[in-house]
Design a protein around this ligand. Structure first.
Ligand code: NAD
Ligand code: UGA
Length: 468
């Protein structure tokens, strides 16, 4: 089937990827009508809220794009079947978490939402439809999708459905917090597929703003696998530098200086060398677990163990930071007030999925600490929801506050866990007066000036600093 020009796009899944990605496509391709659909009505209502500060996700630059595209050629809807029927291209951008139960639990990807989406497509599509995998998927998922799409189907009147399909893989590489910039100026767009005219149709969409030499076309399996490998390589760099941070602390070296020294070698490069409390976010851990599972499945246990270490080291980094806090506070935090600055997994997002703050805060709650958390974008409800999963000590020990001064009242320590810019501008002299002495600042993100903290009379620890 020869469709080279796309007129109607439907995206199944209005989440952190579907929402921003489709907003940018609608913005850059005014001739294409884009509808983002979801089974979650509250989420769709939030995307349609006239108050743009109430969009379901916070992403710099997103509000402006929504303001100029929404109800022009960008629509958010729960009418999934109508939108699929109208579309000549359907993106599947649904969640693909790790299975929590059954065979492969804790490692294998749970692709039930992807399968459900493929079944919705087969049921409602008309004519020829290009189905695009946008979700991150185990390599060879396209074979399963094709098999669902190509199996003989009957409509509700028992009549044979004659729609036809082709499947493309088009993984997303955006990072939260910089999603709009990443989508507008991607390092590359990756398209995997078999049918040249379908590939061309998707190339035509992206080429409206992405230079052709940055649109890479591969076979389906290379495309699916490249997404998992890109995340594994990025996470591996973070675990490597975090391992080095521990070595710096016992040898008198400084991880920031080591990172600068090695990053100056252009073969290594300077990005993703920031030591911290371990990587968080919804994807690195799940995608590596999935990679580990696939390696074992394909009979490569040594390769599986190699990648598994990246996750083990990440967990260890969080544990050792928690142990270090405990140690510096004389071995006990029971009944002590601790202020946590930042709960999102990184700055410029309200996303808390797998945030290092969850593990560190719940370990400290279990030790009996009284914790006050400040985060500029994460809601009180979200913080409680995350911590209740891991700690039985939330009620009475946890408070969520609106400003940092409130958080540090009578506190023995401040723990900086997210790299929000506002924390780098704190006046420590003002805060020191409100804290109980001797008080500590633990900077896991290297964002405050050590001299300013120390000259305010506070003790100071930061990750990977050998003079700690
Ligand atoms: P998300 O949980 O924010 O959004 C997924 C949405 O899909 C949810 O709103 C859910 O209700 C909806 N959904 C699930 N099944 C559906 C169905 N059958 N019909 C309609 N809607 C359905 O997830 P996300 O963060 O946007 O991630 C989506 C995919 O993109 C994942 O595979 C993830 O690994 C990948 N990815 C995420 C990021 C990121 O930064 N979050 C970046 C790159 C890739
Ligand atoms: C990551 C990848 O960067 C994206 O390319 C990918 O599309 C996405 O995962 C995905 O598949 O979901 P994201 O998780 O949004 O994006 O954010 P990152 O900037 O990669 O940060 C991930 C975690 O690593 C954060 O907790 C961050 O604080 C931490 N990090 C990052 C470090 O500790 N050190 C660094 O040098 C960089």
């Amino acid at each position: 089937m020869n469709i080279k020009q796309i007129h109607h796009i439907c995206c199944i899944g209005a989440g952190y990827v579907g929402g921003p990605t489709m907003s940018v496509i609608a913005d850059r391709c005014p001739d294409i009508e884009v509808t983002v659909v979801d089974i979650n009505k509250d989420r769709i209502d939030a995307w349609n809220d006239s108050d743009l500060t109430k969009l379901p996700i916070y992403e710099p630059g997103l509000e402006e794009i929504i303001a100029r595209t929404r109800n022009r050629n960008l629509f958010f809807s729960t009418a999934i079947s109508d939108s699929i029927a109208k579309a000549d291209m359907v993106f599947i951008s649904v969640n693909t978490p790790i299975k929590s139960k059954g065979y492969g639990a804790g490692e294998a990807s749970d692709i039930r939402w992807v399968e459900a989406s493929a079944r919705q497509v087969v049921e409602h599509s008309q004519g020829h439809t290009i189905v695009v995998e946008k979700s991150t998927l185990p390599v060879r998922t396209a074979a399963a999708i094709k098999s669902i799409l190509e199996s003989p189907q009957k409509d509700s009147f028992g009549k044979q459905i004659t729609s036809t399909f082709s499947v493309l893989s088009n993984p997303e590489f955006l990072s939260e917090g910089t999603a709009i910039n990443d989508l507008e100026k991607p390092d590359r767009v990756l398209i995997g597929g078999e049918d040249p005219s379908s590939i061309e149709a998707l190339v035509n969409v992206y080429s409206q703003w992405v230079p052709n030499e940055q649109i890479l076309c591969t076979n389906l399996w290379s495309s699916e696998l490249s997404k998992l490998i890109a995340n594994a390589f990025l996470a591996q760099r973070i675990s490597s530098i975090n391992a080095v941070s521990a070595l710096c602390e016992v040898t008198g070296a400084d991880v920031r200086e080591v990172a600068r020294a090695i990053g100056a070698d252009h073969r290594i490069g300077k990005k993703f060398l920031e030591a911290g409390p371990g990587f968080g976010g919804s994807c690195f851990k799940k995608d590596i677990l999935n990679l580990v599972y696939l390696c074992r499945h394909f009979g490569l246990p040594e390769v599986a163990s190699y990648w598994e270490q990246v996750i083990d080291l990440n967990r260890w980094q969080q544990e050792r930071i928690y142990r270090c806090i405990l140690h510096k506070l004389f071995g006990t935090v029971n009944g002590k007030r601790l202020a946590i600055f930042g709960f999102a997994f990184k700055a410029d997002t309200n996303d808390t999925r797998d945030s290092p703050a969850i593990q560190i805060a719940s370990d400290l709650l279990e030790e009996g600490a009284l914790i006050s958390i400040h985060d500029p974008k994460v809601t009180k409800e979200k913080i409680f929801e995350e911590l209740i999963k891991y700690s039985s000590q939330v009620e009475g020990q946890l408070s969520i506050v609106k400003n940092v001064k409130e958080a540090v009242l009578n506190a023995d320590a401040v723990l900086i866990l997210t790299d929000w810019k506002e924390y780098s501008q704190i006046d420590w002299t003002q805060l020191a007066d409100l804290m109980r002495s001797p008080a500590w600042v633990f900077d896991t993100r290297s964002i405050v000036d050590p001299l300013k903290v120390k000259s305010a009379g506070l003790n100071f620890w930061r990750v990977g600093d050998g003079v700690n």
